[in-house]
Design a protein around this ligand. Sequence first.
Ligand code: CA
Length: 247
Amino acid sequence: MSLVLVVEDEQHLAEGLRFNLEAEGYQVQLVETGEAALALLLSDAQAFDVVILDVMLPGKDGFTVISELRRAGKFVPTLMLTARGHPEDVLQGFAAGVDDYLTKPFDLSILIARLRGLLRRHEWMRASLNHENAVAAPPKPKDTFIFGDKSVHFDLLELHVRDQTFPLTMMEANVLRFLIEHEGKPVSRKTMLEEVWGLHEDTDTRAIDNFIVRLRRYIEDDPTRPRHLLTVRGIGYRFVASPAKAE
Ligand code: CA
């Protein structure tokens, strides 16, 4: 049975969520503050299968909670529940490290579907981790992209750079995958926003730049002089797998 941590200060909504999620066969734990959520998740993130995180909370807000969690290396799947549906808010959430979001008011069936999606991904990651440890297991198809001394393991949500491993959020992986799929070609911020995030509204597409900054920190030897994740002035970005030595 999957254990869901619900971080929500509005009691009505929290109890409603508990009732409905339990009816769907989930176990639910409720907390009302970001601090309480962090205390639980930092001590044992493994205990929870998925987190539903409200943004507007007393004390630490949802953005702070998720960024502290990710900074501490805890990658429990997290869905942000927000009354603020502006693309800038959504992007801020993704930049802070959430895996998915839903705006309030929301449809319960949609919430359940989103949770199932996150849990499926989580199970799949766990299965592939166990798989690697099993000696007699048949080879599994790898969803890996290798460039130079770096490799992106999309199935594990990991980026390996020489002997270092960086965990990726799903959105970081999706951004990277999209750029890799268009290797060598400039990709506009607007296209990324539409194709990766499914956002079609006019918005400050520079919010995407935060993702690139983070990915550069992992990938580039010198993030101030990128060789793989290049800026295409006035347009967006271009991924180059094997930059020429002289560049
Ligand atoms: Ca709230």
